[in-house]
Ligand binder design. Structure first.
Ligand code: NDP
Length: 296
């Protein structure tokens, strides 16, 4: 199997380099690659890359993920999140290749408290959510052999993340204020990449499993609860970090105004993915604790 991976240095892309390695030969690109074009902003270059590499599977982990910045650069966000996946879909379909892509719970409006199903009607609140939704639609329209995984609250040990920010602030301040009215499940890039590897293998034998799936860790929490968990774990780990924080106060989303509106309900129901691929998605704490063990 020949795999073309785009966005190789992002949180998910980095882990995909590991999880997809046993599946076959891989051409892994980022936007600065010189051997082939891996820039999602260069649609003609992207098409030429697929035609030259002739992959069996394209995995697109690249995206415009700067949610607030997308509000002021909607055309760029649309090119990267919608038009580029559309081009990949058209080129994959010409080759009979698979296209694997990632989307987001931000396609929903965040209302209610129930985990979102794949069949629920999207109603994005932001440019990011709207452009990611259009990307999903273009893929479904142009490429029969596709897997789209909607995920949420992604973190990785590599690079910056919410937990690291909380640990830094917790070593500087006695009181932190963290939002307690947005619900979701922190989901590790490792988990997303491992599930992708399993799914890519399975659809080679069962192409009827193509489609849209929600992929998130089990359980649910608010950012405030997540922060408290991180601080408590760090306290127990007796790490080199000298925590001075005494309180993680709960505040509403309105306490931190941002250009892009965030959904309050980011819960994703993952039953379809678990049943189709025979997988079990662990509780969010498992991955977070593992990540903390790596960084503490
Ligand atoms: P990251 O931001 O870590 O990675 C995105 C990658 O895309 C970066 O390596 C970035 O490169 C790259 N990229 C940006 N612009 C371009 C471009 N013009 N051409 C090529 N590459 C480019 O995101 P994640 O790994 O977290 O996200 C993976 C997928 O999951 C995305 O589809 C995202 O929408 C989705 N998702 C992410 C969530 C999250 O919480 N992070 C939540 C839900 C869904 P560079 O670093 O050079 O900018």
């Amino acid at each position: 199997m020949k795999i073309l991976l785009l966005g190789k240095n992002g949180q998910v892309g980095w882990e995909l380099q590991r999880s997809l390695a046993p599946l076959g030969e891989m051409v892994a690109l980022d936007r600065h690659s010189t051997d082939f074009c891996g820039d999602l902003g260069n649609l003609a270059g992207l098409a030429a890359t697929v035609q030259a590499v002739r992959p069996d599977v394209i995995v697109n982990a690249a995206a415009h993920t700067a949610v607030d910045k997308a509000e002021s650069e909607p055309e760029l966000a649309r090119t990267l999140n919608a038009l580029a996946p559309g081009v990949l879909a058209q080129e994959a379909d010409k080759l009979g290749a698979w296209l694997v892509h990632y989307s987001t719970d931000y396609v929903f409006d965040g209302s209610g408290t129930k985990p979102w199903l794949e069949t629920d009607t999207p109603a994005p609140l932001s440019v990011y959510g709207r452009t990611k939704l259009e990307g999903e639609q273009l893929i479904a329209e142009h490429c029969k052999n596709h897997l789209i995984f909607r995920t949420s609250w992604v973190y990785a040990a590599r690079g910056g993340n919410f937990a690291k920010t909380m640990l830094r602030l917790g070593s500087e301040r006695e009181r932190l204020t963290v939002i307690d009215d947005q619900w979701g499940a922190p989901t590790g890039a490792e988990l997303i990449a491992d599930v992708t590897g399993h799914a890519v293998r399975q659809v080679q034998l069962r192409p009827q499993d193509a489609g849209l799936y929600h992929l998130a860790a089990g359980g649910e929490i608010t950012w405030n609860g997540y922060a408290k968990h991180v601080i408590a774990q760090a306290g127990r780990a007796q790490s080199a970090i000298n925590l001075v924080v005494k309180e993680v106060a709960a505040v509403p989303t309105s306490a931190f105004p941002t250009p892009a509106k965030r959904p309050h309900n980011s819960r994703l129901a993952t039953n379809r993915l678990q049943a189709t691929f025979g997988l079990s998605l662990p509780a969010w704490q498992q991955g977070v604790d593992r990540m903390l063990a790596e960084i503490l």
